[in-house]
Write a protein that binds this ligand. Structure first.
Ligand code: DGY
Length: 378
C-alpha cells in the first residue's frame, strides 16, 4: 500500500511539512508497513516558499530590504534546485507592514520585492517563481522595476519617488540599466487573482480600499495606473491594461509582465510541477491532501483541488481524501473535481486558539480513524 501525504499548510498553525507528518503518524498506527511519501504543497500564496524549500530540500535566504513604507525589514526567499528562487511578494511588500495609521497606497512601494529578486539573481537564480498577492501596494510594480535597475522618469528626467501616485508623473521608461542577467531569467508568476490592471475590476477599485485608499484616492490611483500602462505600451511595446492578473498585488502583475520574461500560471500547478507530484502519485493507493479551510472556493485553484486533479489525471482509481481544520459551504462541488471525501480534524465546538494549538494531535486522530475505516472496508 502506498500513501502520499500532499497537504497545504494550515494557516497560523502548522507548515505543510508538519501537516503531512501529523497525517502520516495517524495512518501509521493502522498501516505501519505501508510506503509513505510526504510532499508538502502550496498554491502560490502564503507558505509557498517554505513548502517548496521543504519539498525540495532547498534553503532559505534572508535579506534586508525596503518595506512598503520605505523602512528596512528582513525578508526571506527560497532557493531550490540550484538555480530556482521562490519568492512571496508579501514577504517584502505585504499588507502586514501597514496599519490604519500608516496605510497610504499613494506612497507604498514594491521596491523590496525587486530587491529580493535582485538578490536571487545574484545568487544564481535563472528561474524565479513569485507568488503575488496580499500586498500593501498600488504601484504597478514600479518599485520592483526600479530595484532591478529600470528608470521611471518624470518630465525633468528625474527618477520617480516611491508609490502609486507618482505614476501620474511618469514621462518615460528607460530599461537600459536594468540588471543584464535579467534577460536570461524566467519569471513564473503565481497570482492570487485574475483582475485586470485598471477599471472597475482593476487593482485600485477592488483592492485599493483595503490598503487605505479613499474613493478619491481610488480614482486617482486608477488613472495613474492607466497612464503607466500607456507609457509601458509606448516604451516597452507591451499592452497589459486588460490582461488577467495584471491587477494582482496592486498591479505588480503588470509590472512583472512588463519588465521581465514572465508568464502567469496557476500557483498550485507550478508547485505540482516542481515537486513532481504526478510521478509520485502514479502508483499511490491513497492520496491525502488538506488545508486549514475547505469550502466551495477551494475549487478556484487551491491546493486540495490541484492535488486531486493531478492525482486523478494519472490514476483515476486512487482515493483522494482531504482533511481540513474547518469545512465550509457547498463542499459537494468538490467531489466531481476529484476529492472523494472531506473530513474536518476538529473534534468538537471549541475556541479557534485551542483548535490551532491541537492541530497536530487532531490531525493524527482523524487520520487514524480514516485509516481504520479504509482497513475495515477492504
Ligand atoms: O495584493 C492585493 O492587491 C490582493 O491580494 C490581490 O492581488
Amino acid at each position: 500500500m502506498k500513501i502520499v501525504l500532499a497537504p497545504d499548510s494550515y494557516k497560523n498553525s502548522l507548515t505543510a511539512k508538519e501537516v503531512a507528518e501529523s497525517m502520516r503518524r495517524g495512518f501509521e498506527k493502522v498501516y505501519p508497513d505501508a510506503e509513505y511519501l510526504n510532499v508538502p504543497m502550496a498554491d502560490g500564496g502564503e507558505g509557498t516558499v517554505q513548502s517548496l524549500v521543504d519539498a525540495k530540500d532547498g534553503k532559505i535566504v534572508t535579506e534586508t530590504v525596503t518595506n512598503p513604507l520605505g523602512k528596512p525589514t528582513q525578508a526571506h526567499y527560497g532557493l531550490i534546485d540550484e538555480d530556482v528562487a521562490v519568492i512571496e511578494m508579501a514577504e517584502a511588500s505585504g499588507i502586514q507592514y501597514i496599519n490604519q495609521f500608516t496605510q497610504n497606497p499613494y506612497i507604498t512601494t514594491t521596491f523590496g520585492t525587486g530587491q529580493l529578486m535582485r538578490s536571487a539573481i545574484k545568487n544564481g537564480a535563472k528561474t524565479i517563481i513569485i507568488g503575488i498577492g496580499g500586498s500593501a501596494t498600488n504601484d504597478g510594480g514600479a518599485g520592483m522595476a526600479q530595484a532591478l535597475g529600470a528608470h521611471l522618469l518624470d518630465e525633468n528626467n528625474e527618477e520617480l519617488q516611491y508609490g502609486g501616485a507618482m505614476l501620474a508623473k511618469l514621462e518615460k521608461i528607460d530599461i537600459s540599466e536594468m540588471m543584464p542577467e535579467l534577460k536570461d531569467v524566467k519569471v513564473i508568476i503565481a497570482s492570487d487573482v485574475t483582475n485586470p490592471l485598471t477599471g472597475p475590476n482593476g487593482a485600485s477599485h477592488v483592492f485599493g480600499p483595503q490598503k487605505g485608499a479613499s474613493d478619491e484616492m481610488v480614482e486617482f490611483l486608477d488613472d495613474a495606473l492607466s497612464h503607466y500602462a500607456r507609457i509601458i505600451k509606448r516604451d516597452l511595446q507591451k499592452d497589459l491594461e486588460t490582461t488577467p492578473g495584471a491587477g494582482a498585488a496592486g498591479g505588480l502583475g503588470a509590472g512583472l509582465l512588463a519588465f521581465t520574461n514572465s508568464q502567469m500560471r496557476s500557483g498550485v500547478d507550478i508547485v505540482i510541477d516542481y515537486t513532481g507530484l504526478k510521478e509520485k502519485v502514479q502508483d499511490a493507493d491513497i492520496v491525502v491532501t488538506g488545508e486549514g479551510q475547505i469550502d466551495f472556493q477551494t475549487k478556484f485553484g487551491k491546493t486540495p483541488i490541484g492535488v486531486a486533479k493531478a492525482t486523478k489525471a494519472v490514476n483515476p482509481k486512487t482515493t483522494v481524501i482531504a482533511i481540513a481544520g474547518s469545512v465550509g459551504e457547498k463542499i459537494s462541488e468538490l467531489y466531481p473535481l476529484g476529492i472523494d471525501a472531506i473530513f474536518t480534524c476538529v473534534p468538537g465546538v471549541e475556541e479557534l486558539s485551542k483548535a490551532i494549538q491541537d492541530t497536530d494531535k487532531n490531525l493524527q486522530q482523524v487520520s487514524e480513524n480514516i485509516a481504520r475505516l479504509i482497513k475495515n472496508t477492504k
